[in-house]
Design a protein around this ligand. Structure first.
Ligand code: PCD
Length: 790
C-alpha cells in the first residue's frame, strides 16, 4: 500500500470506516440480535400468473415453533394488503387475489428460529389456478394479452403510461432534410443490482412506549419512515428507522419491500422483535430489477458527419407493479438526457411503459434514473453512424462534442448542463490509450485474419457520457410528494471535536470519511476529529437519502454550507476573544487572525472552547458552535467522461477478453481522489458484467432463470483488466465546493464502451449491432449471422 498523508481537507486518505469493515466489525442488519427475537420467512409464488383459490395455514400454525402465520387476508383486515410504490402505483404486500410474478410474496411465517420458519412454509397449502402470463413486453399490448392488473378499477389492458420529451415536429423536419439517417433496434436487458448483502429488516414494536423501531437495509431511512407513517397510520415521531452498515445498495435498497412490512406486522402481532432476511435467490427473483428497455433509435447527420438529430421510441417493461424509482414528473426517469454530449439541432423521444408478469422495480441501478439506458442508446447510435459513414468513431465524437464555450448548455430536451470541457477529456483518453497506435495494430491484425493467419479479432470501443446527478431541485423533483432536498447539522464540541449529522446514507461509498473531509477543508478541524452520523432517523435531519449519486451534490453541499455557517459564527467569537471588530479578521485554514498581524489569532479549537465559556458575546449572538442547513440544489450536476475499451475476441468461440480500459472522468473537485478511483473501479466492473455476462432471463411460462449466482453472473477480477484512470476537473459552478457526483459514472459510461469494442472487433464480419450481454454464444451468432436462441 502506498504511503498516504492525512490531509486536513481534500486529498487521498484511507477510509475511516474500513477499520471496522476489514476486521469484521461491521454491524449489518443480520448482525442485529434482540432479546426474544423471532424470525420470519416469506412463502413465494411458484407461478408467474395465477389466481389464488385458497390458502390453508392450519398445518403451519400447528408447527411447535411457529408463533404466527400472516396471509394477504390477515393484512387486508389491517388495510395493509397493498402498499404504495415509488411510482404512485400499488403493490401487493401479500397476494390476496392473484399472483403476478414468480417469487411474489404470498404468506409470512414467524417462528422461534429461522429454520423452523422456513420449514413451516412447506406446510402452507396454496391452491392456484394458473393463468397465461405476459412475458414479452412487446406482446403486452396485444388485443388478446391477459390483463395483469385487474385489481385496478376499469383496467382493460397492460398499458401504464406514455411519455415524451423534446420537439417532435422539429425533429421530424431535421430528419427529413438530413443526408444520412441510421436506425437501430437495441435492448438494454433486464439486469439486477445484486448487492452482496441481501435485503432484510428487524422490527420491534414496543407496546408500552408505542415506539416502532425498524433496523433495515435502506438507502433512504427518512423517506421510509414517512411512508410507514402514512401507510400504517402510525405517528411518525413514534417510528425510528435505522439503517446500520449496508453491504452495497446500488439502488436495490431504495424502495420498501413486502418483507419489511411483514416484519413490522409480525412484531405487532407477536409483541416480539421479528427479523426477516432474504436469501440470494429471493433477492434476485423478487427485488428491484433495472433497465429492461426495448429501444428504437434513429440518428440523422450530414454526409460529412455533423450529427443533426436523434429520435427514439422506447418500450419499457415495468413488471407486475409500477414500482420504478424516479421523481414523480419523470415516469421514464432522466432518460430524456439521451442527446448525450453532442451539439445537435433537435431531438425527440417517446416512452411507453407496460406491465408484464415479472418482478416490479425498475430502479436506477448505479444510474441516476435511466441515464444508463440513455447513454447506451446514444453511444451505440453514434457508433452505428460511424459504421455507416465509414469514419473513425473517436473522430466522429470529437467533431460533435459540445464545446466549452457552450456551457451552461440548454439541451434540446430541457436540461441545463452546468459545466464541461468535453474535447479536453476525450483528447486525454485518446492519448492515454495510445489510440492511433491501437488502430494501427488493429489494421495489422485484420490483415492477418483476412489472410487466414490468425483467428484473433481486436476491437476498440470509444464512449463519451454526460450524466445528470444530484436531484432536486425540489420544485421540479419529488418522490411520493417528498421534495428532493437534504439536511445537515454540524455541532462543534467545547474541545474542538465535531459531530456532523446527515440525512444521506452510505452503503459503502465512504461517507464517514469524505463528509468529514468537507468539514475539515472548511474549518481546519482534522477529519479524525469529526464524527459523521447517518442512517438513524432519531439522530439525523430529514432528507431523501442516497441514490442517483446525490449525496455529494446535495448533502455534500449542505455540509459545506453548515461548516461555513459555523466559520462565520466562529469569527464573531474570535472577534470577542481578540477584542477587535469581526471586519478586521481574516481566515486561514483552522484559524481567524487579525489582518496585518498574523500572530494575533485564535484556532478553531480555542474558539470552540470560548464559544462554550463565560466569554461575553455581542448582543444577540448565541453561544456554542452549531449550524443546520437544508440544501435545495439549484440544478443537477453534470459529471462526464471519456472511456476507451480494447477487447480481443476469439473468432472460433466468441469469447471476449477485455485487454485494456482507459477511463477519464470529470466529477469536478474531488474530495478524496482515492475513494473516487474506487468508485470508478467498481462501476467499470459493473459495466463489463452488463456488457458481457448479465441478463435476467425468463422462460415462456415466466419462470425466472437467473435465481442464483450460478446463472446470474457477476464480474470478478478474472474478467476485468487493470483499469487505467485519468482525470480532468471542471468544477460545478453552482455547487459550494464545485463537486459533482461520481458514484455511478462508470456504470453509466462503460457498457457502451465495451459493446462498441466488441462490435468493432466484429466489423470484418459486417456486424453493426448485437444486444447485450455479449456472451460467447451471442458474439459467435452475431459474427455468423445466426439468430441467438435464448
Ligand atoms: N466523492 C468525492 N469527490 C467527488 C464526488 C464524490 O470524493 N467529486 C466521493 C463521495 O464523497 C462519496 C463517493 O465519492 O464517498 C460517492 O459520491 P457520490 O457520487 O455523491 O454518490 P453517493 O450518493 O455517495 O452514493 C450513491 C452511489 C450510487 S447511487 C450507487 S448506485 C453506488 C455508488 O454510490 N452504490 C454503491 N457507489 C457505491 N459504492 C459502494 N461501495 N456501494 C454501493 O452500494 Mo444508485 O441510484 O443507488 O442505483
Amino acid at each position: 500500500m502506498t504511503a498516504m498523508e492525512t490531509p486536513v481537507g481534500y486529498g487521498r486518505m484511507h477510509r475511516k470506516e474500513d477499520a471496522r469493515f476489514i476486521r469484521g466489525h461491521g454491524n449489518y442488519v443480520d448482525d442485529i440480535t434482540l432479546p426474544g427475537m423471532l424470525h420470519g420467512a416469506v412463502l413465494r409464488s411458484p407461478y408467474a400468473h395465477a389466481r389464488i383459490v385458497s390458502v390453508d395455514t392450519t398445518a403451519a400454525e400447528a408447527h411447535p415453533k411457529v408463533r404466527a402465520v400472516i396471509t394477504g387476508e390477515t393484512l387486508a383486515g389491517l388495510n395493509l394488503a397493498w402498499m404504495p410504490t415509488l411510482s404512485n402505483d400499488v403493490q401487493a404486500v401479500l397476494a390476496t387475489d392473484k399472483v403476478r410474478f414468480q417469487g411474489q410474496e404470498v404468506a409470512f411465517v414467524v417462528a422461534e428460529d429461522r429454520y423452523s420458519a422456513r420449514d413451516a412454509l412447506e406446510l402452507i397449502e396454496v391452491e392456484y389456478e394458473p393463468l397465461p402470463p405476459v412475458v414479452d413486453a412487446r406482446k403486452a399490448l396485444d388485443e388478446d394479452a391477459p390483463v395483469i392488473r385487474d385489481d385496478l378499477e376499469g383496467r382493460t389492458d397492460n398499458h401504464i403510461f406514455d411519455w415524451e420529451a423534446g420537439d417532435s415536429d422539429r425533429t421530424d423536419a431535421v430528419f427529413a432534410a438530413a443526408d444520412v439517417v441510421a436506425e437501430q433496434d437495441m435492448l438494454y436487458p433486464r439486469v439486477h443490482p445484486a448487492p452482496l448483502e441481501t435485503c432484510g429488516a428487524v422490527a420491534e414494536m414496543d407496546k408500552i412506549t408505542g415506539k416502532l423501531t425498524v433496523w433495515t437495509t435502506t438507502q433512504a431511512p427518512h423517506a421510509h419512515r414517512t411512508v410507514y407513517a402514512l401507510v400504517a397510520g402510525l405517528p411518525e415521531h413514534k417510528i425510528r428507522v435505522v439503517s446500520p452498515d449496508i453491504g452495497g445498495g446500488f439502488g436495490n435498497k431504495v424502495g420498501i419491500y413486502p418483507g419489511y412490512v411483514c416484519a413490522v406486522v409480525g412484531s405487532i402481532v407477536t409483541g416480539k422483535p421479528v427479523k426477516w432476511v432474504e436469501d440470494r435467490s429471493e433477492n434476485l427473483m423478487s427485488t428491484s430489477f433495472a433497465r429492461d428497455y426495448h429501444m428504437h433509435g434513429e440518428i440523422a447527420s450530414t454526409k460529412d458527419g455533423k450529427i443533426l438529430g436523434i429520435r427514439v421510441r422506447v418500450l419499457a417493461d415495468h413488471g407486475a407493479f409500477n414500482g420504478t424509482a424516479q421523481p414523480t414528473k419523470f415516469p421514464a426517469g432522466f432518460f430524456s438526457v439521451f442527446t448525450g454530449s453532442y451539439d445537435i439541432e433537435a431531438a425527440h423521444c417517446s416512452v411507453t411503459g407496460v406491465y408484464t408478469n415479472k418482478a416490479p422495480g425498475g430502479v436506477a441501478y448505479a444510474c441516476s434514473f435511466r441515464i444508463t439506458e440513455a447513454v447506451y442508446l446514444i453511444e451505440r447510435l453514434v457508433d452505428v453512424l460511424a459504421f455507416e459513414l465509414k469514419v473513425d468513431p473517436g473522430q466522429l465524437r470529437m467533431r460533435n462534442l459540445l464545446r466549452p464555450e457552450q456551457f451552461p448548455y440548454q439541451s434540446k430536451t430541457g436540461w441545463e448542463y452546468d459545466s464541461g470541457d468535453y474535447p479536453r477529456t476525450l483528447q486525454l483518453a485518446l492519448e492515454m490509450a495510445g489510440y492511433d497506435r491501437l488502430r494501427a495494430e488493429q489494421a495489422e491484425r485484420r490483415e492477418l485474419t483476412a489472410s487466414g493467419q490468425s483467428k484473433d479479432l481486436m476491437g476498440i470501443g470509444v464512449a463519451f457520457f454526460t450524466e445528470a446527478v444530484g436531484a432536486g431541485p425540489r420544485k421540479h423533483m419529488d418522490i411520493l410528494g417528498l421534495g428532493m432536498a437534504d439536511g445537515a447539522e454540524l455541532r462543534v464540541h467545547p474541545t474542538g471535536k465535531a459531530v456532523l449529522r446527515l440525512s444521506c446514507q452510505s452503503q459503502g461509498q465512504g461517507h464517514e470519511t469524505t463528509f468529514a473531509q468537507i468539514v475539515a477543508e472548511e474549518l481546519g478541524i482534522p477529519p479524525d476529529d469529526i464524527e459523521v452520523v447517518h442512517g438513524d432517523t432519531d439522530q439525523t435531519p430529514f432528507g431523501l437519502g442516497t441514490y442517483g449519486s446525490r449525496s455529494t451534490p446535495v448533502s455534500g453541499a449542505a455540509t459545506a454550507v453548515v461548516a461555513r455557517r459555523v466559520r462565520e459564527r466562529a469569527k464573531i467569537v474570535a472577534s470577542a476573544m481578540l477584542e477587535v471588530s469581526p471586519d478586521d479578521l481574516e481566515w486561514e485554514k483552522g484559524r481567524w487572525f487579525v489582518k496585518g498581524d498574523p500572530e494575533a489569532g485564535k484556532s478553531i479549537q480555542d474558539i470552540a472552547m470560548a464559544a462554550h465559556s463565560s466569554l461575553e458575546l455581542p448582543e444577540g449572538v448565541e453561544g456554542h458552535l452549531d449550524a443546520t442547513c437544508v440544501y435545495n440544489p439549484p440544478n443537477l450536476t453534470y459529471p462526464f467522461g471519456a472511456y476507451i475499451c480494447v477487447v480481443d475476441v476469439d473468432a472460433d468461440t466468441g469469447q471476449v477478453k477485455v485487454r485494456k480500459f482507459v477511463a477519464v472522468d470529470d466529477c469536478g473537485v474531488r474530495i478524496n481522489p482515492m475513494i473516487v478511483e474506487g468508485q470508478v473501479h467498481g462501476g467499470l466492473a459493473d459495466g463489463v458484467g452488463m456488457a458481457l455476462m448479465q441478463v435476467m432471463a425468463f422462460d415462456e411460462d415466466g419462470n425466472h432463470l437467473g435465481g442464483s449466482f450460478m446463472d446470474y453472473l457477476l464480474p470478478t477480477s478474472m474478467e476485468c483488466p487493470s483499469w487505467e484512470l485519468g482525470e480532468t476537473c471542471t468544477p460545478s459552478p453552482h455547487h459550494p465546493i464545485g463537486a459533482k457526483g461520481i458514484g455511478e459514472s462508470a456504470t453509466v459510461g462503460s457498457p457502451a464502451a465495451v459493446v462498441n469494442a466488441v462490435i468493432d472487433a466484429l466489423k470484418p464480419y459486417g456486424v453493426r449491432h448485437a444486444d447485450m450481454p455479449l456472451t460467447p454464444a451471442a458474439v459467435w451468432c452475431a459474427a455468423h449471422g445466426r439468430p441467438l436462441r435464448t
